[in-house]
Design a protein around this ligand. Structure first.
Ligand code: SAM
Length: 363
């Protein structure tokens, strides 16, 4: 890379000329050479070495390694970095090849510079989007594309989970990569139930989104015989159908699958779905406690069964919720009941995101 070589005392003077004309190579700092001079990195638009603007100041080619930039912030102009440092995003979320970043108002104007630095430093990222929160009744992401590689700003992407590729579009359907451990837990619990029953199990995931919880369950040969899967969001169901078809294609004994775009509480209205389910997943954290009683008719009778649900609850209410659910299940004929309510993570200062796991036998 070409550098302008100046005496230390003149660095500020020359740097301002270089910078104000847009000739500074972004992302690389000023070096001190072995002979104690300063080397200002120049970009391709800087005039040739013999141009009069340089007033015969020397130029030198110095190899600069990209590895100098250890973090994407190293690629931002250092003067600007000082101004905006305290507002820079401290964390970001990678969804497939989309990087979702929360940008404070103070740095929104610099979003393209920030996104450029992220794209340069993070080769797996195709698109950088500003996170504008969740929106609508299906809680999908409001994402503002800022910069992309080769102009590809599509929000459709793929994540790999449980060894399977899952198609997702966070602007069309809810998806949280952070909950993959919970999905792994459902897979492990499903195998426990399979071992206990000594037969393939029937699963129901009425709030499936694009179907990530099914990646493990439907690809494991012999584990699941039937699956009742759905979501109320039609855009989620479009991707769900594609993902499920892909999972089933990996299985030599594919499960029989019913996919419906409907309210989870409506599965019970079809007699053929009643008393059929061995494993029920209730992933509707804001409403789980109000939906659960409409789902219990789906559970198989006279056989051990498992329900795994997720809810957002007041921290002080955990014991109450445990008691309420225990009573609800008993009223619905549950015996040999073992219900646990465990915190997965904090949700706010007063609320927790909890997992409810309930083993029972309905009579
Ligand atoms: C928290 S997300 C869970 C998605 C998925 N299970 C996952 O792990 O990524 C809840 C899903 O329920 C869907 N949903 C919301 N209300 C619903 C309802 N009444 N009946 C069925 N699905 C509903 C939303 O569209 C969303 O996809």
């Amino acid at each position: 890379m070409r550098h302008l070589i100046v005496p230390s005392v003149d660095t500020q003077h020359w740097f301002e000329i270089v910078k104000s004309n847009g000739w500074a190579q972004e992302g690389y700092g000023i070096l001190t050479t072995d002979d104690g001079l300063k080397a200002i990195p120049l970009n391709g638009s800087a005039p040739a070495d013999n141009h009069s603007v340089w007033q015969n100041t020397a130029h030198r080619i110095i190899l600069r390694s990209k590895e100098i930039a250890k973090h994407w912030t190293d690629l931002i102009d250092q003067k600007l970095l000082l101004e905006i440092k305290e507002f820079l995003p401290r964390s970001h979320e990678l969804i497939g090849d989309i990087l979702v970043v929360k940008l404070e108002d103070e740095i929104f104007a610099h979003r393209e510079i920030i996104a450029d630095a992220m794209l340069e430093k993070l080769p797996n990222v195709r698109l950088v989007c500003a996170d504008k929160g969740v929106t609508g009744k299906f809680r999908v992401r409001d994402l503002l594309p800022i910069k992309s590689r080769q102009g590809d700003s599509a929000t459709l992407t793929k994540v790999k989970e449980h060894g399977q590729v899952i198609l997702i579009d966070p602007t069309k359907s809810y998806f949280s990569a952070r909950l993959s451990t919970e999905r792994q837990g459902s897979y492990t619990a499903a195998k426990q139930l399979f071992n206990r029953l000594g037969r393939a199990i029937t699963v129901c995931d009425p709030y499936a989104g694009v179907g990530p919880a099914m990646a493990g369950l439907l690809t494991k040969t012999g584990l699941v015989d039937k699956a009742l899967i759905g979501d109320l969001n039609p855009s989620a169901v479009e991707l769900l159908q594609q993902n499920i078809a892909n999972f089933l294609s990996k299985n030599t004994q594919p499960a029989e699958v019913e996919i419906l775009c409907q309210d989870g509480r409506k599965w019970r209205e079809r007699a053929e779905f009643n008393h059929k389910v061995d494993l029920l997943l209730v992933n509707l954290p804001h409403q789980m406690l109000t939906h659960i009683s409409d789902l219990l008719p789906l559970m198989r009778r006279h056989s051990p069964s498992l329900i795994r649900g997720w809810a957002i609850v007041e921290k002080t209410e955990m014991q109450n919720i445990n008691d309420q659910l225990t009573k609800l299940f008993a009223d619905n004929g549950a015996i040999n009941h073992n219900l646990t309510c465990s915190e997965v993570k904090g949700f706010s200062s007063s609320k927790s995101f909890v997992r409810v796991e309930s083993w029972q036998e309905f009579q």
